[in-house]
Design a protein around this ligand. Structure first.
Ligand code: C5P
Length: 222
């Protein structure tokens, strides 16, 4: 079987999570969703009543929080101080605040250390995020950067949320754009492909097609 690390980075709405889970299942690998960790940190900030834009307060709250995210794709464990927040992290309130929280360098250092420790023991692992190939695992076996046309990404997000009105889709597209601009322009670990990443465009491929392509690239890399 496959042994090694697959990194999957890219903007929101590319189907990254579904692809990462599919690839992990096909390779018999562990799976780590680093976005879930930044979202869990955001839950801690909101629960504490801290302002997500106050970097010092954010750093203080997150340093004191116990964030636990599992590495098994079948059971998505996300706990903050022992409380199950797996559903809450997907809510609009968290999605609005997460980019500000994840731009705080102390938060990134803390979570990156945790991410490296979580994958250190795994023979085979798929790690999904924004900076996995560039910062977290620079020596990964194979690095994938997943992109898709903005309209395709908004449509995909809309389908996930059961929305179909043009105004709702336009709002989703604006939200994706805002988050990606923020993630791409932050000083610490901006969203960008690693120099040695393979760019996979999912605009014209269905999910199974993308999974198959990434699995092939992973097997060829070892
Ligand atoms: O992937 P997901 O949409 O759940 O990520 C939520 C947010 O967490 C991203 O918009 C980004 O701001 C942040 N993030 C990050 N670095 C990662 C993963 C996620 O900054 N490795």
């Amino acid at each position: 079987g496959f042994r090694g690390q697959v990194t999957l980075d890219g903007p929101s709405g590319t189907g990254k999570s579904s692809v990462a889970r599919g690839v992990a299942a096909r390779l018999g690998a562990a799976y780590l969703d680093t976005g879930a960790m930044y979202r869990a940190a955001t839950v801690a900030v909101l629960t504490a009543g801290a302002d997500p834009a106050d970097a010092e307060a954010v750093a203080r709250v997150v340093a004191a929080a116990r964030i636990e995210v599992g590495t098994d794709a079948a059971t998505e464990t996300v706990l903050v101080d022992g409380v199950d927040v797996a559903e809450r992290i997907r809510g609009a309130e968290v999605t609005r605040a997460v980019s500000a929280v994840s731009a705080v360098p102390a938060v990134r250092r803390q979570l990156v250390d945790q991410q490296r420790a979580l994958v250190a023991g795994a023979d085979a692992v798929v790690v999904e995020g924004r900076d996995i190939g560039t910062v977290v695992l620079p020596d990964a076996t194979v690095k994938i950067y997943l992109t898709a046309a903005p309209e395709a990404r908004a449509q995909r997000r809309a389908a996930q949320l059961g929305l179909s009105a043009p105004a709702e889709i336009a709002e989703l597209a604006a939200d994706l754009r805002r988050r990606d601009e923020f993630d791409s322009s932050r000083a610490d670990s901006p969203l960008r492909p690693a120099a040695d990443a393979i760019v996979v465009d999912s605009t014209e491929l269905d999910q199974q097609g993308v999974v198959a392509r990434v699995v092939t690239l992973a097997r060829e890399a070892v």
